[in-house]
Design a protein around this ligand. Structure first.
Ligand SMILES: C[S@@+](CC[C@H](N)C(=O)[O-])C[C@H]1O[C@@H](n2cnc3c(N)ncnc32)[C@H](O)[C@@H]1O
Length: 316
């Protein structure tokens, strides 16, 4: 793998797409979710999720056969993949790209705290274009749970291909939310056939967080793809030698406090249950819903399933 001459860009080099930090970057749905939204402020859940996401990152980096000189992470968030890469390959130079100024600022501050700022660059860029990143400049491109939110996924694969050097590798882990959307659609169909009000309330909850009709599902970037489409996008962009793994892991969830459960949401674009209950439910509906769901949550009776697609391929 080529280790090219590396130019470490200082503040004067903030170019198109490389906004200078102001220190006042506003919170957005992405930073709020990574900050608290995914665990609802529950410390045990946070620790559990951190362990899970660390394992996803390790698996993605494990697909890279040799230490890269330069690596770019798409939708880098607060830096999960970047920190994992820096601890695995002490000499790597990491470009973190994201659309969220707040998360880029957080990651930049963390790089300074970790003493790795000279090995990192932070670029505000959408996955669809990776604007500001030179052609054929990267040995490795990674992404974890970011392409799922991108409407034009084929463009994102083309952009990743463009910035890779020949021989470079793209390695990603993306969740599949299609099952959640399908479950919401099935709930809708079941609710229409029963007088039990609970099914309609469950549908109201799930349809607020995932597409709840077949049409909405096909129109949503979150739910309108399968692992086979991701593989197809990679091949259409020019990648070769693809390897894909679909991991479905069912997990038990330990008992959780009701407040924390209501404050959490399954992805950054979804409202939390507390907001859905306040916005979409009458008082009587809230009572029926809570009586049915809360005991199971507090007793740890409901599990979850993660569906993660791992894909790597190289640029010939
Ligand atoms: C669920 S978070 C994952 C963050 C990080 N990759 C991780 O694994 O912790 C999704 C990330 O994708 C970023 N994102 C969403 N849409 C994007 C787009 N069109 N281009 C680039 N990044 C995007 C968000 O800002 C957010 O940081």
């Amino acid at each position: 793998m080529t280790v090219g001459i590396r130019l470490v860009l200082g503040p004067a080099a903030y170019q198109a797409g490389m906004d200078a930090p102001t220190g006042h970057e506003e919170e957005d749905c992405w930073s709020r979710w990574l900050g608290q939204g995914r665990d609802g402020g529950d410390a045990a859940m946070r620790a559990r999720m951190e362990a899970e996401t660390a394992a996803y990152a390790a698996r993605v980096l494990g697909f890279v056969p040799a230490p890269p000189g330069e690596m770019l992470d798409i939708g880098s968030g607060d830096g999960l993949m970047g920190w994992a890469a820096l601890s695995r390959w002490p000499d790597v130079f990491v470009t973190m790209t994201d659309i969220s100024p707040a998360l880029l600022a957080q990651a930049r501050a963390k790089a300074a705290r970790l003493g790795v700022a000279a090995q990192c660059r932070f670029v505000r860029a959408g996955a669809e274009t990776l604007g500001g990143i030179a052609d054929a400049s990267q040995d490795v491109v990674t992404s974890r749970s970011a392409l799922a939110y991108v409407a034009d996924k084929p463009a994102a694969f083309r952009a990743a291909y463009r910035v890779l050097r020949p021989g470079g590798i793209m390695a990603i882990a993306e969740p599949l939310f299609r099952e959640e959307a399908l479950s919401a659609c099935l709930l809708r169909e079941a609710a229409a056939q029963t007088a039990d009000p609970l099914l309609a309330l469950l549908y109201k909850w799930k349809a607020a967080q995932f597409p709840g009709t077949r049409d909405a599902m096909e129109a949503s970037p979150l739910a309108n793809y399968t692992e086979r489409e991701l593989l197809g996008f990679a091949k259409q962009a020019g990648f070769r030698g693809a390897h894909l793994e679909l991991h479905i892991d069912e997990r038990e969830v330990p008992p959780r406090g009701w407040e924390a459960f209501c404050a959490a949401s399954p992805h950054p674009l979804a409202p939390c249950l507390a907001d859905i209950l306040a916005r979409d439910f009458s008082r009587a509906e809230r009572e029926i819903f809570e009586a049915a769901i809360r005991p199971g949550i507090e007793a740890g009776q409901f599990g979850t399933a993660s569906r993660m697609v791992y894909l790597y391929a190289h640029k010939p």
